[in-house]
Ligand binder design. Structure first.
Ligand SMILES: Cc1ncc(COP(=O)(O)O)c(C=O)c1O
Length: 429
């Protein structure tokens, strides 16, 4: 293996090897992969493990390790989480059979944003007896719109109570390379998942699982096994090679390139806001435009950008998110020109703010029970009262509006329709 024997139409087949002698083996690494991972560990100041299946695999491994840790300590096998999680977190909960409790979220104008998780978590702690405290808090930071949570404060709240802090940092691998690191591990998280392919320049599928050196030792000790429980036994060596080469770049010129690029981005952001266009989020490397502030929908603005050759990361009715890297200087110049050249439109329907869920939806069954239930596809218009079987979402962003096991209420129908979701998988009745 592989069947192509190093030759084929893509031209990359020669690099697409398997575990031949000398090539090491990802989940029992003791050769070149171990060496490369230890360089990455040095760079990130953590126990760093490669994923060739993105942050999705690292998230599953984090959740699995958390379940193991709860078992080892005889603690409540439950995680408390903000609702704006990626779907891989939900499949992980189902696979590992870990319960979840959702934090209250404030109305932030989008289900993609959790608002002030620190405040919501502090409230949660205030009303939860010590013996019922879950084993971990899970947050997504940065989120899809570029909002970042106060990881340092959350870590302190967790650690005071013997809880772990897990961070989905899929959008924030680069935070380690800032002049002053904002990487979750440096701010106190116990584990985090980074996508090296999203904000760094590795191939699609490249990711990391980082475990803090201050975290309980059993987490790092069991990390390889945790990854292998969910991963393919044939990890892509192309992706591994891209992670290995990325180390060189991160140790070389990348920090300087990033610093210079962020200066440019800040100038672009300032020009855009000076024109009266509202930007959201505090993440250095994202530009998220609240398109309605110009009378546009996010999807309309994305089309305008597309006509000029700029493909956004994400758009919906309200927002357009751009995710540049230092290699997209030219694109950012064009995108800024396009945004500055927009003629404000008279606000009619676009003025209405996005509908949001009114409180937490009724939970009928656990995430696991729902995901393992027999599904039936139901038009959203007829879904009132039904129980969601899988995440009700658009992809991207693969962030659910309703969680598996929740009942569809009137408010949810309005939210789903607003985001263009016309059917969902409900538990078959
Ligand atoms: C917030 C968030 N978490 C996790 C993931 C999964 O990352 P990956 O595609 O690297 O598996 C994504 C992917 O878009 C994401 O946006």
């Amino acid at each position: 293996m592989p069947g192509h024997k190093g030759n084929g139409p893509l031209g990359v087949e020669a690099l697409d090897i398997t575990e031949v002698r000398g090539a090491d083996s990802l989940f029992c690494a003791d050769g070149i992969i171990k060496e490369s991972e230890s360089v990455a560990s040095e760079i990130f100041g953590a126990h760093t493990f490669y994923s060739t299946e993105g942050s999705s695999l690292s998230i599953r491994a984090m959740v699995y390790l958390t379940a193991l840790y709860a078992r080892a300590l005889g603690r409540v096998p439950k995680i408390v989480s903000a609702r704006n999680c990626h779907r891989s977190f939900l499949s992980a909960l189902a696979l590992v059979d870990l319960e979840v409790e959702w934090l209250d979220s404030a109305d932030e104008g989008s289900y993609l944003t959790a608002g002030d998780v620190r405040g919501a978590f502090a409230d949660y702690l205030g009303r939860t007896p010590t013996e019922c405290l879950p084993i971990a808090l899970y947050v997504t930071s940065p989120d899809y719109l570029g909002n970042m949570q106060d990881i340092g404060a959350l870590a302190a709240l967790c650690h005071e109570r013997g809880m772990l802090l897990l961070v989905d940092n899929a959008h924030g691998a680069y935070l380690k390379l800032l002049e002053k690191s904002l990487h979750p591990i440096d701010l106190g998280a116990d584990m985090c998942a980074d996508s090296a392919h999203k904000t760094l320049e590795a191939l699609t599928g490249a990711g990391y699982l980082h475990i803090s050196k201050n975290a309980p030792v059993m987490l790092a000790e069991n990390a390889k096994r945790a990854m292998s429980v969910f991963a393919s036994t044939s990890p892509s060596y192309l992706i591994l090679a891209s992670l290995d080469l990325l180390n060189e770049k991160l140790l070389g010129s990348y920090r300087d390139e990033l610093r210079d690029f962020i200066i440019k981005l800040d100038i672009c952001k300032e020009m855009i806001t000076n024109k009266g266009v509202k930007l959201v989020g505090d993440e250095p490397m994202k530009i998220t435009v609240y398109a309605k502030s110009m009378g546009y929908s996010g999807n309309m603005l994305a089309d305008v950008l597309r006509e000029r050759g700029i493909e956004c990361e994400f758009s919906d009715e309200d927002f357009v998110t751009l995710m540049p890297t230092p290699s997209s200087r030219a694109d950012i110049t064009v995108a800024t020109e396009v945004i500055l050249g927009l003629k404000p439109r008279a606000r009619k329907n676009s003025e209405a703010s996005a509908p949001v869920l009114k409180g937490k939806p009724e939970r009928v069954m656990s995430v696991r029970e729902a995901i393992l239930s027999v599904p039936e596809r139901v038009p959203v218009k007829q879904a009132l009262g039904r129980v969601v079987c899988d995440t009700a979402l658009a992809c991207p962003p693969a962030v659910p509006i309703l969680m598996p096991g929740e009942r569809v209420g009137y408010d949810a129908v309005a939210v789903l329709e607003y985001y263009g979701i016309d059917s969902l998988l409900a538990v078959r009745e």
